[in-house]
Design a protein around this ligand. Structure first.
Ligand code: AMP
Length: 214
């Protein structure tokens, strides 16, 4: 599952995993678990990259992914997000796995900026959105009464630089899958259920054509 930050790709990958009863593999989650595991010798290295917002080297991430997809629970497939993040990772995946579907959740940069810059959080981690799920008072958390603030990485300037990083990383990967004819574009500017409906329709149509069911 490919898509920019706040495109909802994690949510959609989760829905696919639950609906089709396959594991949800997220390299962000795998790496986070390593980072906080004090007994893991890889923790300091992984933490160094993640805390600076840098990509963890592909050599390590590729190895973690290869180990994960070999596990028995992946026998009937898996839904993956957060990977590939570089062209090198896409090529690695191509050589080590059968990628059946590549979905790209399309959301414009303007929407991403709106989604992120309207987000407000409190110190307890409750999340609101000034437009989509507004608190009664824009400065106070309805759940716990604590003050609301904007996270540094949700500020418009930071969002713009994160988007530049995303395009730098992803444009080549998108071209890679598009040249193979494997890319399925999904309109991500809709409600969660409607985005998911598009994904399921594309899967069903593909399966129908494979079994010759017109
Ligand atoms: P995410 O939760 O997908 O935003 O990932 C959180 C952090 O984990 C990223 O900022 C990277 O430091 C690291 N990370 C996740 N996936 C990858 C990947 N495929 N390659 C390299 N680093 C990754």
């Amino acid at each position: 599952m490919l898509g920019p930050p706040v495109s909802g790709k994690g949510t959609q990958t989760d829905l696919i995993a639950q609906t089709f009863d396959v594991p949800h593999i997220s390299t962000g989650v795998i790496l986070h678990a390593i980072k906080i595991d004090l007994s893991n010798p890889l923790a300091p290295e992984v933490m160094g990259f993640m805390d600076q917002g840098k990509l963890v080297p592909s050599e390590l991430v590729n190895r973690l992914v290869a180990e994960r997809i070999k596990r028995a629970d992946c026998k009937f497939g898996y839904a993956m997000d957060g990977f590939p993040r570089t062209l090198e990772q896409a090529q690695f995946l191509d050589q080590n796995a059968d990628v059946d579907y590549v979905f790209l959740i399309k959301v414009t940069d303007a929407t991403i900026i709106e989604r992120m810059s309207g987000r407000r959080v409190c110190k307890n981690g409750h999340t609101w959105h000034l437009k989509y799920s507004p608190p009664k008072d824009p400065a106070v958390c309805d759940t716990c009464g604590e003050p609301l603030f904007q996270r540094d990485d949700d500020k418009e300037e930071t969002v713009k630089s994160r988007l530049a990083v995303y395009h730098g990383e992803m444009d080549g990967i998108i071209r890679f899958y598009s040249d193979k004819g494997a890319l399925i574009e999904i309109d991500g500017e809709q409600h969660i259920e409607d985005v998911f409906r598009q994904i399921v329709r594309r899967l069903v149509n593909d399966l129908r054509s494979k079994i010759g069911w017109k």
